[in-house]
Design a protein around this ligand. Structure first.
Ligand code: ZN
Length: 271
């Protein structure tokens, strides 16, 4: 699933490519993915102009000139692509926004778990984001992070990925950060020492920054808004490297299942 670096890379692309464009039409061949309905969305946004693109957690927000907002969740396999009108149809293309200047914003999604959702205004948006935890590089400060980990006995990796606790971190960046910090993903979050918490906090920021620098990781379906792959997967230390040598100790990287998700770690380096 695209995480903070992937969704943020798309946001930055969209900001350059579609802000200022007028919406001419929206069409879909997968009506369930457009909420509350294609008709409602069409009525709300056709004729408006795209004002700005924001992101919180793994959710993108497209703001229109009449104060309506569309939030987009890519879920497992969603892609947002900016193409020219008349370009070859994209694989799994399900939603198309026709824009001025001959552009199209396309939503492609192999598994069809992603969605577009219309919101009336910013108030509605704030209501949704009340349920989300603080965001790295923003309100997730070290003291806040300490408090989050200290308040639960759940495994630290499960807490890192819990969107109600911390926004934007998923399986890839949680696995990589825990490896860098030398912490066993199964450890109860409240049993981690203050020194280790600091190390984990710094490691999390480090891997998220690397993810941004490499324009995301395309280990799965992720592509940026121009349809290009990210390259952070070429720099993974443990994620999806089970059976390969640990880059630090040459022991074997193991895959375990934790909170229902594949988790990659080195049991020698992570205690
Ligand atoms: Zn190791």
């Amino acid at each position: 699933m695209p995480e903070l670096p992937e969704v943020e890379t798309i946001r930055r692309d969209l900001e350059k490519l579609i802000v200022g464009k007028k919406v001419l039409n929206i069409e879909t061949n997968s009506p369930k993915q457009v909420q509350p309905s294609l008709e409602a969305v069409r009525k709300a946004i056709v004729g408006t102009t795209i004002k700005k693109i924001q992101r919180k957690a793994k959710i993108l927000q497209i703001f229109f000139s009449n104060s309506t907002i569309i939030i987009v969740h890519l879920k497992l396999t969603g892609r947002l692509l900016v193409r020219e009108k008349g370009d070859r149809e994209d694989d799994w293309q399900h939603i198309t926004l026709s824009l001025s200047g001959g552009k199209e914003l396309r939503f492609a999604d192999a598994r069809k778990f992603g969605w577009f959702r219309l919101l009336k205004d910013e108030k509605e948006l704030q209501k949704i984001f009340k349920e989300f935890g603080p965001e790295p590089f923003d309100d997730l400060t070290l003291p806040v992070f300490e408090k989050i980990l200290g308040s639960t006995i759940r495994p630290v990796k499960v807490v890192l990925m819990d969107q109600r606790r911390i926004s934007g971190v998923g399986n890839i960046y949680a696995s990589e950060a825990l490896f860098l910090a030398g912490i066993d993903p199964k450890r109860p979050a409240n049993k981690i020492s203050p020194t280790e918490v600091k190390k984990l906090y710094d490691s999390l920021e480090k891997v998220l920054k690397l993810g941004l620098r490499y324009r995301g990781s395309s280990d799965n379906d992720y592509l940026d808004a121009l349809g290009h792959k990210g390259s952070y997967q070429e720099h993974f230390l443990v994620y999806s490297r089970q059976g390969q040598k640990c880059p630090t100790c040459s022991g074997l990287i193991k895959r375990i299942v934790l909170g229902g998700r594949g988790t990659f770690h080195c049991s020698r380096c992570q205690k």
